[in-house]
Design a protein around this ligand. Sequence first.
Ligand SMILES: Nc1ncnc2c1ncn2[C@@H]1O[C@H](COP(=O)(O)OP(=O)(O)O)[C@@H](O)[C@H]1O
Ligand SMILES: [Mg+2]
Length: 362
Amino acid sequence: MINEARVKEVLATVNEPNFDKDIVSYRIYTGCEISGSDVLVKLEIPTPVYPAASLRELTSRIETALKGAGAGRVTIVPKTVTAHIPAPSEKATLKGPKNIIAVAAGKGGVGKSTVAVNLALALHRLGAKVGLLDADVFGPSIPTMLGAPEVPAHASESSRIVPAIQHGIKVISVGYFVNKDEAIVWRGPRVHALMQQFLGEVEWGELDYLVMDLPPGTGDVQLSLSQLIAISGSVMVTTPQEVSIVDVVKGIAMFEKVEIPILGIVENMSYYKCPACGHHDEIFSHGGGKRLAQEIGTKFFGEIPIDTRIRFGGDAGVPVVVAAPDSENATRFIELAQKVALAIAGNVLSKPKKLPRLSVIK
Ligand SMILES: Nc1ncnc2c1ncn2[C@@H]1O[C@H](COP(=O)(O)OP(=O)(O)O)[C@@H](O)[C@H]1O
Ligand SMILES: [Mg+2]
């Protein structure tokens, strides 16, 4: 006879396809209802952007395992939740966003903003509630990359900042507020005050993911953010060649010191595929990102080619994920979004449920 205890025992042998960890210890299985030999299995899927293929695979693994144990009809009811570190306290000024994803790089010009923008839009396209914070005080490029906002940023009645809406995501950029020439000379305390304002005084509302575009390197912005807020993790962007890799290694070392988890590495401008003749050219060498990920034991999130359509999307205010959502380029970013969300979920689920309280912004 199948009963609740037996179902749990059987499901403890079923691995989730991405985590390679069983669904009982990762709390994806949340309970069942049994009627005769029929079993209804309740699942909590740890991200709203879970790949459809993974859900199919998981469903089939559960069915096979339960039927093997004598179950009749197996019904699976997946509910989507967003895995996140428990909210620190009611008083936290940053209540809405469940996860903060920092997009970082050692150098400028490697495509950090391009990745941040397309990652945010890909998460949105997959159904998540998303915000984007352009924290690149010294070279904010999000306003250019996203074009004219559908709703510009403005002050609320209570004088808080309401983010702009662009292509369906909530956006705040340093570029909306500060003069670029002025920001260039900012020192630590001003930068810190601005970051505090962006996190504490912006009405982000409920968000599954807040993506942050950081300035290059290991400066005041990175330091302030790490002190102000719990960051779910960082996506490190590099180009394949050695000079970029060396700098991203420095970035990773700093993040480890200030306890920002590294989610993984994405290699941008990986290769060029000529749209006219199909020739494949590795302009900046190849494979540096993957090698680095292996060396430091982090995930490799994949390669983004160098492609005129990616650059053009950024310049024209319509990033490739919006301009050509079904294109190969957009697919790369969609897959990146799924991998990043799974990496966050994996980090959260591998920890015990109750975590000590985190410090919050005052
Ligand atoms: N994969 C890519 N293919 C083509 N152009 C790219 C790609 N990634 C970035 N770019 C272009 O390179 C320039 C620098 O990218 P950007 O995202 O602003 O870098 P960063 O934020 O690291 O300084 C921009 O003009 C951008 O459009
Ligand atoms: Mg940038």
